[in-house]
Design a protein around this ligand. Structure first.
Ligand code: PEP
Ligand code: MN
Length: 345
């Protein structure tokens, strides 16, 4: 809360306001400008009633500015959170790449994809087993069979697993197969599911909702953290706007904004943000340049045959190129992307 004093307020009136704030056990940050004095309440001012100060002599305005979310905020924790996905650290110096097909479709498809992810220095294999499709007649995912194929492929190539959870009932089923739960854009405000995931001690990748403000996104993170699950990674995947040239609009600026407001790591998903293969790599590079702690990229051994999101899925060789270029950018910024591997994969 900020209390703005009238330009003609007397020193006694200012002192009276400061004393009143102190009476609530809170401190005041005083700023004496040329025109007026502004008093910032330090600490949790939630219990202070705006009206109580507004009626005091010499006060001209009272503005409540304390953020509605607390646990994800920088004010609450100054140092960056590093999320540990079974040994892969997100939020530290490494820019962690998660890649794989939109959906797990077959054993061969996921194995070939996993090999490509590992060879290029990717660390986490993605693949949907439960798919949130806009149409009920679209492919809905392989379910438990898909999870098993995903886990096997990841283990074969030394990768971790991220996959989307769509309902509270799926949490239990997914636990043995995933290292990182993905909450999709459409479920960012599924508060019942967020509360349940908050009770888990497995990290969560929280995608930004299709039309969510950054504040709403951080409030959803608060749901997870309120349950004691502090291992939250945010994922910018583009937001809805009026232009039809891309599937969504990549909000690159949310990366520095989130870094400023929150201690949680943030990764970028250029695939859903653009929806078009040719635009994925440039946006991925921009995200790394803007300070993203990781990328989530859709790839497919045969995008024309993909059962979901084919037009935005990279060919495997395009992914290899993207990785090399992003590695150069990461290095320039004093970060790193895991090296390429040729250990028999
Ligand atoms: C996905 O990752 O395949 C997906 C459905 O993403 P989003 O929730 O961002 O649309
Ligand atoms: Mn997809």
């Amino acid at each position: 809360m900020v209390i703005v004093m009238d330009r003609y307020s007397t020193p006694e009136q200012i002192d009276a306001v400061i004393e009143k704030v102190h009476g609530f056990g809170l401190d005041v940050h005083r700023s004496d400008g040329v025109e007026q004095t502004v008093l910032g309440v330090v600490g949790h001012g939630g219990k202070l009633a705006r009206e109580e100060f507004l009626v005091m002599p010499g006060v001209t305005d009272v503005v409540k500015i304390s953020s509605s979310y607390k646990l994800p905020s920088r004010t609450f924790q100054k140092d960056d959170t590093i999320v540990d996905v079974e040994g892969v650290l997100i939020g530290g110096p490494e820019v962690v790449v998660m890649a794989g097909p939109c959906s797990v479709e077959s054993e061969e498809q996921i194995n070939v994809s996993a090999a490509a992810v590992a060879a290029s220095g990717g660390r986490i294999l993605r693949g949907g087993a439960y798919k949130p499709r806009s149409s009920p007649s679209s492919f809905q995912g392989l379910g438990l069979d898909g999870l098993k194929l995903l886990r096997d492929a990841a283990d074969r190539y030394g990768l971790k697993v991220v996959s989307e959870v769509m309902s509270t009932e799926q949490i239990e089923t997914m636990l043995p197969y995933v290292d990182l739960f993905q909450v999709g854009a459409r479920n960012m405000q599924n508060f019942t599911m967020l509360t349940e995931l908050g009770k888990q001690r497995k990290p969560v990748l929280l995608k930004r909702g299709l039309s969510a403000t950054i504040e709403e996104w951080l409030l959803s993170a608060e749901y997870l953290m309120a349950g004691g699950n502090m291992q939250v990674v945010l994922c910018e995947r583009g937001i809805r706007s009026y232009d039809q040239q891309t599937r969504n609009i990549m909000d690159i600026s949310s990366i520095p904004v989130v870094k400023h407001l929150s201690h949680l790591p943030i990764v970028a998903d250029p695939s859903h943000a653009t929806g078009i293969r040719d635009y994925v790599a440039p946006v991925a590079r921009a995200a790394v340049a803007a300070g993203a702690d990781g990328l989530m990229v859709e790839i497919h051994p045969n995008p024309e045959k993909a059962l979901s999101d084919g037009p935005q899925s990279l060919y495997l060789d395009q992914f290899a190129t993207l990785m090399r270029r992003c590695r150069i950018i990461a290095t320039t910024l004093g970060r790193n992307i895991a090296p390429e591997r040729d250990d028999g994969i």
